[in-house]
Write a protein that binds this ligand. Structure first.
Ligand code: HPA
Length: 279
């Protein structure tokens, strides 16, 4: 029996000969970050066999394969979320397909609320680590030993060498960024103020409804991960907590997206030296 990953890879390969070394997942409102991919092949998710189709506003729902900043890049414009009703394994599939297309590095991006009061909307945060508060894991169920280990190590989920590189390259180019820990929750309701204070106490700096399951799947599959949050709203749960709207989140994501784009344009070429495919 052909696996869902092999089927999806085959349906992509029937449309393009393009492969990739690095893959990007673009979060809410961040879809335009990679709009200018050179000579890109664009494949709507519905044309990829077995691919879950993203339903969230602000998520285009297509795979781009092209050249960006001198790298062979695959971009998932639009991702799947637990709150849409997808299972954790559905969310893992596109990441595994990216691996199947050759990507050894994965850059995940998301829109996130700031639990850390020092952050400001419009900023970007380099993700140092995550807390998975979704209550699930994409690796639940039989393990495919061809992909990775039954009990994969997660102590360095966000690759230390890539994080170090990101810090020095962004500093060198004067691109402002924060660093911190991302808490992943299911949504779709936003957190109560008490919950936000709790997540902060647990050690998180930013919070959102994505990313953690994709990163687990990527690390399991042997990919090196780098992550950025676009801080879209203050989510401290303190006395001055303002109500949040998704419109504000998307509007501010576009602002932070500009910094994110600059960061990626400076980083991607430098990341080539740490690419398992080229060493
Ligand atoms: N909470 C959860 N997810 C989010 C937030 C938030 O405050 N902002 C953007 N995504």
């Amino acid at each position: 029996m052909t696996s869902p990953i092999a089927k999806a890879v085959a349906s992509i390969e029937s449309r393009t000969e393009r492969r990739c070394d690095v893959a990007l997942v673009l979060g809410s409102g961040l879809g335009s970050v990679a709009d200018e991919l050179g000579d890109a092949c664009s494949i709507p998710y519905e044309d990829i066999e077995g691919f879950p189709v993203a339903t969230t506003a602000g998520h285009a729902g297509r795979l781009l394969l092209g050249d960006w900043c001198g790298r062979r890049v695959a971009v998932l414009q639009g991702r799947m979320h637990l709150y849409e009703g997808w299972r954790a394994s559905d969310i893992a599939l596109p990441v595994r397909v990216l691996r199947g297309l050759g990507a050894s590095q994965l850059v995940v991006t998301n829109a996130a609320g700031a639990l850390n009061p020092d952050f400001r909307p419009g900023q970007i945060m380099l993700i140092e680590d995550h807390l998975n508060f979704t209550g699930t894991d994409p690796l639940i169920g039989p393990n495919d030993d061809a992909i990775g280990l039954r009990f994969p190590d997660m102590s360095r989920a966000y690759d230390p060498a890539l994080r170090q590189l990101a810090k020095s390259v962004l500093d060198k180019h004067g691109i402002e960024f924060g660093t911190g820990i991302y808490a992943g929750v299911t949504g779709p309701s936003l957190e109560t103020s008490a919950e936000r204070r709790y997540y902060r106490m647990a050690g998180a700096d930013a919070i959102g409804m994505s990313t953690v399951l994709e990163v687990i799947a990527a690390v399991h599959a042997g990919m090196r991960v780098l992550g950025f949050s676009a801080i879209t709203n203050m989510a401290t749960g303190d006395a001055d907590q303002q109500p949040d709207t998704i419109e504000d989140v998307h509007r501010v994501a576009v602002v932070a997206g500009k910094t994110l784009r600059k960061a990626l344009e400076t980083l991607l070429p430098e990341m080539a030296a740490k690419d398992g495919n080229s060493t």
